[in-house]
Design a protein around this ligand. Structure first.
Ligand SMILES: O=C(O)CCC(=O)C(=O)O
Length: 401
């Protein structure tokens, strides 16, 4: 049965798809650093085989109930006014309402069962570890492309359909494995950052960097550069037994249709202990550069582009620096520069280039206010980040004593 998907406001090319690539084919495809769909690689998953024999929602829900019931999980119930968008940070929606509930898996399934007498609720159990639902978890496997020691998350995502996860990116390799229902995923490369109008970094769902524009119904007056960004978008429509591979730092916007059962695997792109200094220094750069004059930021941007990120063209034009040779700049910025150079030098090329994009948007800001559609929000975000930093330092100091 085909599903009605509303037409997209952009004309987008489809991401390429491949039939059951071998592990070495997968590694070769992955090297290209672009998303792609794989078919046929879930055929041996018992969950896919058993689900494919069930045609009605009722049978599928009954199957889920047979394999899990009393396990405690959390899930979201989306009120009609947010139109399916999981628009929330830390479990709250934009008006501060708490959307996460906890309950048994059977209670969650109650909400999925269609009752013709009442409109179906939009509910979503998102990113629940496979091990938390062992009866169902026993019916899925890691893909042969995944290195077990690097698995960061192996999760079930089960919902009514009708939910939308807004454009955001993660730092891991991601494998979206469809079991039931459909998803339409809009994908964009890391370099669209400035043109997709990111939200404050601490106001994004679950720590992912996300945007405030609605991609399916874009307000081009408020967000005119979305048209430019869309020139780089592509789309994947996923059906049961298909897997979408999303590279780290790639933006994705995910719509789900009909009773949706998906398993995702996040595989670390970089060992955590190597990446932690990059994340810590990036937060420090945000705090320290926020109060610096534009010329200082511009001068450091040139040096970071050449010596830290080693990006082609050196980021800023020219390359002149207003920091006199010999005395390079404020000592705290110099020490940050040296530490960042060391931490980034250990990173693969895709991390260096994506971090260069991040620093341009948030640290050096050559294109202006990073959250231009919410005047004053960038400075408020910096204040929140500073406050959180000092809280953490304070706690660390007292716990150590
Ligand atoms: O499938 C979904 O609803 C969202 C998945 C997602 O955003 C992710 O895996 O990062």
């Amino acid at each position: 049965m085909s599903v009605d998907m509303r037409p997209l406001p952009f004309n987008l090319p489809a991401v390429p798809s491949f039939e059951r690539p071998s592990a070495s084919d997968f590694d070769r495809l992955k090297q290209q650093g672009r998303p792609f769909v794989m078919r046929g690689c879930l055929d041996e998953w018992p969950l896919c085989q058993e689900f494919s024999t069930l045609s009605s929602v009722r049978d599928k829900v009954a199957y889920l109930r047979e394999h899990a019931a009393n396990e405690r999980i959390s899930f979201v119930v989306l009120p009609a006014e947010i139109e399916g968008h999981l628009y929330f940070a830390n479990g709250l929606n934009t008006s501060g309402q708490r959307l996460e509930q906890s309950g048994s898996f059977a209670e969650f399934l109650e909400q999925l069962t269609t009752d013709p007498a009442k409109p179906a609720a939009v509910v979503y159990m998102h990113s629940t570890p496979v091990d938390d639902l062992p009866g169902l978890g026993a019916k899925v496997k890691l893909l042969p492309y995944v290195h077990r020691s690097l698995v960061e998350g192996f999760n079930f995502w089960i919902g009514s359909g009708g939910h939308i996860v807004d454009l955001h990116y993660d730092l891991d390799h991601n494998f979206i494995c469809m079991i039931a229902g459909e998803k339409r995923v809009i994908l964009a490369p890391p370099e669209v950052m400035h043109d997709v109008y990111p939200r404050a970094l601490d106001r994004a769902p679950y720590g992912a960097t996300a945007i405030s524009a609605k991609l399916l119904d874009p307000d081009f007056t408020k967000f005119p550069r979305l048209r430019k960004a869309a020139e780089k978008f592509s789309v994947a429509v996923l059906r049961p037994r298909e897997v979408l591979y999303i590279p780290p730092y790639w933006w994705h916007h995910v719509e789900s249709f009909r009773l949706n059962v998906m398993v995702n695997i996040w595989q670390r792109a970089v060992a955590r202990d190597e990446f932690t200094p990059v994340a810590v220094l990036r937060r420090r750069a945000l705090r320290q550069f926020a109060g610096q004059r534009e010329e200082i930021r511009a001068a450091y941007r040139v040096r970071y582009a050449r010596e830290v990120f080693r990006v082609e063209g050196g980021g800023a034009s020219g390359g002149e620096t207003s920091i006199p040779a010999g005395r390079r700049g404020p000592r705290s910025l110099e020490s940050l520069f040296e530490k960042t150079r060391e931490a980034i030098s250990a990173m693969p090329e895709f991390v260096r280039s994506a971090e260069a994009i991040f620093y341009d948007q948030w640290v050096f800001r050559p294109l202006g206010d990073p959250i231009e559609n919410q005047p004053g929000e960038f400075q408020r975000m910096i204040k929140r980040l500073r406050r959180d930093h000092w809280k953490t330092e304070f706690r660390r100091f007292f716990l150590r004593r």
